[in-house]
Design a protein around this ligand. Structure first.
Ligand code: ADP
Length: 655
């Protein structure tokens, strides 16, 4: 057996054990005897109220009593005549001749009357039995002898609550039409309403419309005046053709088809089916109370301690939707009214107040939304301001750094120039003999540092031109391979000075681009001079050109010191240098790459950088290939060559 099976077996055992324990516990509350009860309903199996009573009764006794309930239906509405009742008595006597009931429960008047009349009849199964009745509407006067056997609930003497409900909800009502059937229940209501007539406003008419068939009732309603009227349905009615009872919903709909008046009821079965509301005995509640009485009788083993209860609390019940259908002011609802069909979020308020509440809620929501939006806007502004502040601060810092940097950049070559010329001047003043080499060395220093100053000033002028939009460039078709190759060859000497290997390779001999040659030369030269500057001795610099249909890619790759990850993104920013002025090993202003970026952007191209600290850097310049291949070789090539040398000399002055 696997673990799964053992587990389920254990769970089943546990369930059985828990079940048996609860059973034992429950049984301790019950006596072991089974009590036989005969429940006689006055009406038929379809009577909803009587059915609800039965459900409530069973609910309240099932945990405390072993019982066996036999049910019978007198069906008085269909057979209201003496012969039938006598036959029914005989039927019960025959059927239950051998049954020993220890209690008879009757529901509604007719069943009680039948049992009561046989209480002292030795030949009846009801002879001196304990009788508990429910739903008896009449004022009954039990004899002292009867009181030894009989107890139960009688209905209240008044039905005025029904009228009170109607006049509360419809203060201007003038006619209340009461629909009654032919049962004792209906008769009782009629009598009580008539007896309580003095409670009524003298302007209110009570009209009783009594009948067995729906058709008759509807016909009489046709003449009813709709204005200031209300209907009170207290009976159930039959269809004339089929002799079947019309169900509550159908009856109410048929009434509504001909008259639009608020309908009220005294019967639970009409509640929620289209009536505004009513004052009703809730069958289930009634049954539960009845159950409690039954238990008390069994507990005391006598009924002497269990007096008649004259009135069970009925309930005002009102349908939420109908309140608004008929423009009823909910403020007028009697206290403790049960509201049905109301969702928990719905408000029981007069229409005006309801609209006001909705408007207030909407206004509150709008205000909350507005506040949230303002807060978000404020936050966004704060962030924006903080960012602007940070940018301004960074700019300020950059400016300060730039001034410090520039002072250094300007002063260093100037100092060198000045000291070299001072030395020469000193020698001349002292009439010292100086050899050629000495003069050449000083002149070279003066020239190199002048170049550095020229480069710096050129860069500054360019930047200013970019800013003011006056940077001029003239494009024409050029073979980019030559342009790059010339620059690479012009820098070889400088690379060799640092023992750097320079490799140049291309995937084509001729790739035509529409460029300003001088500007692109500056770009390549700047990238190359950086590569030479930031690559240690014996390093390697590779320059590759490759192309596809649309673009040419110029890659300048070194295995130098590289750039820390967090600084790569800033490298094209103006005046940005990876090392601060104090810790710098190489000279420079931090403008070069910014100019590179601007020039390439001007050409519609892109510069990309990949760099790893201590591994090296790779710059890739992407340019568009020219639309037409037309290209004229420059006749002044040699002259350009001389120019390049000068340009390279100036650019390399830092190294
Ligand atoms: P500079 O004129 O100071 O060289 P650039 O704008 O050309 O200014 O370069 C900015 C900074 O970027 C340099 O100071 C250097 O720190 C870094 N840098 C540029 N190229 C390289 C490279 N090939 N290897 C390492 N660092 C580089």
């Amino acid at each position: 057996m696997n673990m799964k099976k053992i587990n389920s077996l254990l769970i089943i055992c546990l369930i059985i054990w828990v079940n048996s324990i609860t059973h034992i516990y429950a049984d301790t509350n019950k006596d072991n005897k089974t009590h036989n009860i005969l429940l006689i309903n006055s009406y038929d199996i379809d009577n909803e109220w009587e059915n609800q009573v039965k459900i409530g009764l069973k609910e309240s006794i099932k945990d405390n009593l072993n019982f066996n309930i036999k049910k019978e239906y007198l069906d008085i509405r269909n057979n209201d005549n003496k012969n039938y009742i006598r036959d029914f008595e005989q039927f019960l006597n025959t059927k239950y001749r051998n049954n020993e009931f220890d209690m008879i429960i009757t529901v509604d008047d007719e069943a009680f009357n039948l049992v009561r009349s046989n209480l002292f009849n030795e030949n009846s199964i009801f002879y001196k039995k304990v009788i508990v009745f429910a739903g008896v509407n009449e004022t009954i006067n039990l004899t002292s002898q009867e009181k030894e056997y009989v107890t139960g609930f009688v209905d209240g003497k008044s039905k005025i609550e029904l009228i009170k409900l109607i006049t509360n909800l419809q203060p201007d009502v003038k006619n209340i039409n009461v629909l009654l059937d032919n049962t004792n229940y209906s008769k009782d209501i009629k009598t009580k309403l008539q007896e309580n007539g003095y409670f009524l406003d003298e302007n209110i008419n009570l009209n009783f419309i009594q009948g067995k068939y729906e058709e008759d009732i509807i016909n009489r309603l046709k003449n009813m005046d709709e204005n200031n009227s209300a209907l009170l349905v207290c009976g159930v009615f039959k269809d004339k053709d089929s002799e079947n009872y019309i169900n509550p919903e159908e009856l109410l709909n048929n009434i509504k088809d001909i008259k639009n008046v608020p309908i009220y009821t005294s019967r639970e079965d009409y509640i929620g089916k289209g009536v505004v509301g009513g004052y009703v005995d809730m069958g289930r509640e009634y049954g539960r109370a009845l159950g409690k009485m039954v238990l008390k009788i069994y507990e005391d083993k006598s009924i002497s301690q269990v007096p008649l209860i004259s009135k069970l609390n009925s309930n005002y019940v009102v349908d939420y939707h109908k309140i608004y259908d008929y423009n009823i002011n909910p403020v007028n609802l009697p206290k403790e009214t049960i509201i049905i069909n109301k969702k928990s979020y719905e408000l029981l308020l007069p229409v005006g107040q309801k609209i006001a509440v909705i408007i207030i809620i909407i206004l509150i929501l709008i205000s909350i939304l507005y506040i949230i939006m303002m807060m978000l806007k404020h936050r966004k502004n704060n962030i924006k301001n903080r960012n602007l502040y940070q940018i301004a601060k960074d700019r300020e810092q950059l400016k300060t750094d730039f001034i410090a940097n520039m002072s250094h950049e300007l002063r260093t070559p100037l100092n060198i120039i000045r000291s070299a010329s001072t030395l020469l001047e000193l020698k001349a003043n002292n009439n010292e003999k100086v050899d050629n080499e000495y003069i050449l060395d000083k002149a070279q220093r003066i020239n190199q540092n002048s170049d550095r100053l020229i480069r710096l000033i050129n860069n500054l002028i360019d930047i200013t031109k970019f800013d003011s939009g006056f940077y001029e460039y003239k494009c024409k078709n050029e073979n980019i391979v030559y342009v790059v190759e010339d620059i690479v060859f012009a820098t070889v000497d400088y690379a060799n000075e640092k023992n750097l290997e320079i490799i140049f390779d291309t995937d084509a001999e001729e790739i035509i681009t529409n460029i300003d040659k001088e500007k692109i030369e500056r770009v390549i030269l700047n990238l190359l001079s950086n590569a030479i500057k930031f690559t240690n001795e014996n390093g390697k610099i590779e320059v590759y050109i490759k192309h596809d249909e649309k673009f040419v890619y110029i890659t300048i790759k070194d295995n130098g010191i590289g750039i820390p990850k967090e600084k790569v993104d800033h490298i094209f920013h103006r005046f940005y240098q990876v090392d601060s002025i104090l810790s710098r090993k190489n000279e420079g202003s931090g403008i070069g790459l910014c100019i590179v970026d601007e020039i390439i952007k001007m050409h519609g191209g892109k510069v990309k950088i990949k760099s790893e600290e201590n591994e090296g850097s790779t710059f890739e310049v992407r340019l568009d290939i020219a639309d037409d291949n037309h290209f004229e070789k420059d006749e002044m090539e040699d002259k350009t060559d001389i120019n390049i040398k000068d340009v390279v000399k100036v650019e390399m002055a830092d190294i």
